[in-house]
Design a protein. Structure first.
Length: 354
């Protein structure tokens, strides 16, 4: 159900992150390695990036597959930035919103992406509509679940809620209204990245965006009981948060499910997201549940168990037709993929249910 990536660090070309790596977003659009739902992300794509001196990011979005847009490959080669958010999309349901339905969504200094789906959309979240101002509903860029999720998070951001807390509260409210939803959210303002894991994969990596494996991130073994707060200091002044690794660098660390990630160039903080009503207080405005994840900025703290980073397994063969054809160089990547982008998409590439 989509793949996305956010970066903060030294100035790099967009292509360094989105098109050049061996398993870049371009490759993930037809051959993801970690995606748990769906097989082909060909229903649109987008990237948003920040220019020096301008807090409002630029966006480039299209309704077709990323591999079919030669203009993007050219743009990615020359545009440079210190912060970006990119995504490729697998639509849960067909729609007529075109590129307006493709992430990243924007509002002021923020860029946002949703990897997942809201169960029983739209009826399940009808009770949450009343939490939004009429202007917010009318301003939604598309008529899909991701745009609605963004409207809920944006309301909190505009009220002054920190990035991480805004996402955690949004996830808890949506899960209370539509249990079983998949809600991997990704958000940045160009200085901080916030993300949630709720039903799909998420990884992070610290250090330069490219240029060798570098030192491995400190981590420990997975345990059945997660500590109340997991933290790791970054090294190298750069961080990537992504649905899956774009290369086999050992610095990639997998994020446990139901976790809030808050990252800056100086650190990454992981905090479990818990469903818990506010003690001694009335129900929250979105249905009673409140997120306990604080969304506090990264910083040093007590040691806690970590899982060891590991390289992803060899790529799985895609199920879309066209996978066994000759292997051309993917647009903008400069390398020959293991599988060519599908030329014709089978209706079966969509999920049968949310």
């Amino acid at each position: 159900m989509c793949r996305h990536l956010a970066y903060l660090g030294d100035e790099v070309s967009i292509g360094t992150l989105l098109t050049q790596p061996a398993h870049s977003l371009v490759r993930q659009s037809w051959e993801p390695r970690r995606q748990r739902h769906g097989t082909v992300n060909a229903d649109g794509f987008g990237v948003g990036w920040y220019a020096a001196g301008d807090p409002v990011p630029a966006r480039y979005r299209r309704s077709g597959p990323i591999w079919a847009d030669p203009s993007f490959a050219d743009l990615a080669r020359v545009v440079r930035t210190t912060a970006l958010l990119g995504a490729v999309r697998d639509a849960t349901e067909p729609g007529a919103d075109g590129e307006a339905a493709a992430a990243p969504f924007g509002g002021g200094p923020w860029l946002f992406s949703h990897n997942g789906s809201v169960r029983d959309w739209p009826g399940s979240v009808a009770p949450l509509v009343g939490t939004l101002e009429p202007e917010a509903l009318l301003a939604m860029e598309a008529r899909n679940d991701a745009a609605f999720v963004w409207a809920l998070a944006l309301r909190r951001l505009r009220a002054g809620t920190p990035l991480g807390q805004s996402l955690a509260e949004t996830v808890v409210a949506l899960d209370a209204a539509a249990p079983g939803s998949r809600l991997n959210l990704l958000l940045t303002d160009g200085a901080t990245i916030a993300a949630t894991t709720w039903g799909d994969s998420l990884w992070y990596r610290t250090g330069p965006a490219s240029g060798g494996a570098g030192p491995a991130s400190p981590a420990g073994e997975r345990s059945g009981q997660r500590a109340p707060d997991l933290r790791e200091l970054a090294s190298g002044g750069a961080v990537v948060v992504a649905s899956e690794p774009y290369d086999d660098d050992p610095r990639w660390v997998e994020v446990p499910d139901r976790t809030l990630v808050t990252a800056t160039r100086s650190g990454v903080r992981l905090t479990p997201i818990e469903h818990r009503a506010a003690p001694g207080g009335p129900p929250g405005p979105d249905g009673g549940a409140r997120a306990t994840a604080s969304g506090a900025p990264p910083g040093p703290g007590p040691d806690a168990p970590h899982r060891s980073p590991s390289a992803p397994p060899p790529p799985a063969r895609p199920t879309a037709r066209g996978a066994d054809r000759p292997q051309p160089v993917a647009p903008g990547t400069g390398h020959a993929p293991h599988a060519a982008p599908p030329q014709h998409l089978s209706p079966q590439h969509k999920e049968s249910s949310p």
